[in-house]
Design a protein around this ligand. Structure first.
Ligand SMILES: [Zn+2]
Length: 255
């Protein structure tokens, strides 16, 4: 246990050498640092393609093991008051992140469906985004955080997401994309795991979205309510909170 005077000295020393204290907004704990992503990227160049997505260097909280995109989504949703709006709402959540799911459950939505093409626990329903087994205009929110880069037909998936949302319903559709590619890149000839790993960055990715990602989404019945970290989270230090300052909130409204 450090004495108070020692703690004071330590805090000031960190300030002096320019090391900012870090904090996990999910478990509300101070952390020495966030752990880097351990997966493989092989030859895929995040640097050259300027991929806007996860902060792979400040990825996982050492305490609660939440990852950067959960932290960023939570901060955006809290600031825009989306979390309280989810109370009594109907929510469909694809590839549900454990920590975000817990937060949603606690605010008691009227219907909360957790979905995945490959469910990993009994409380997650097996649902294909290309054929969603719910009637039109059912949900107030759909959340799909880093899912669209995995689906085989993004246009069908977006039409399905749009169909099951109520008019005015919101889609949170976080998706990694290259800020230098004008057009989304995919090719049916790229069919092996190793080719996808090399060319799309992950074995289970089926494309690299370009700057046209926003137009792809809005051309399927959504109005953009996309906002940036600087616009919404101007008081949140991205380094301290372990989030990618370049990652916008992919928020879309069904019109
Ligand atoms: Zn944490």
């Amino acid at each position: 246990m450090l004495k108070r005077s020692t703690k004071y000295l330590y805090r000031n020393m960190l300030k002096y050498v320019g090391i900012r204290k870090k904090f996990c907004c999910i478990c509300n704990k101070a952390v020495v640092g966030f752990l880097p992503y351990e997966g493989e990227f092989k030859n895929f160049s995040f640097t050259e393609l300027k991929i806007v997505g996860s902060d792979v260097r400040n990825f996982m909280c050492p305490h609660c093991r939440c990852i950067d995109r959960e932290r960023h989504l939570f901060l955006y949703a809290k600031k825009l008051d989306l979390i309280s709006k989810m109370s009594n709402a109907k929510i469909l959540h694809f590839a549900p992140e454990k920590n975000i799911s817990k937060i949603i459950n606690e605010i008691k939505p009227s219907k909360y469906i957790k979905a995945d093409l490959y469910p990993t626990s009994p409380d997650i329903q097996k649902i294909d985004m290309l054929s969603i087994p719910f009637e039109d205009n059912t949900f107030d929110f759909v959340i799909a955080n880093h899912v669209l880069e995995h689906v085989s037909d993004v246009s069908i998936a977006l039409k399905e997401l749009n169909r099951i949302l109520k008019i005015g319903g919101l889609g949170v559709l976080q998706t990694p994309y290259s800020s230098v590619l004008q057009n989304t890149f995919s090719d049916p000839g790229i069919s092996s795991d190793s080719a996808r790993l090399n060319l799309y960055g992950q074995e289970d990715h089926v494309r690299v979205f370009g700057n046209d990602i926003f137009q792809i989404i809005t051309s399927n019945g959504f109005k953009s309510r996309v906002c940036t970290h600087h616009e919404i989270l101007y008081d949140i230090d991205p380094i301290q909170y372990g989030v990618n300052v370049l990652e916008p909130l992919f928020l879309f409204e069904k019109i």
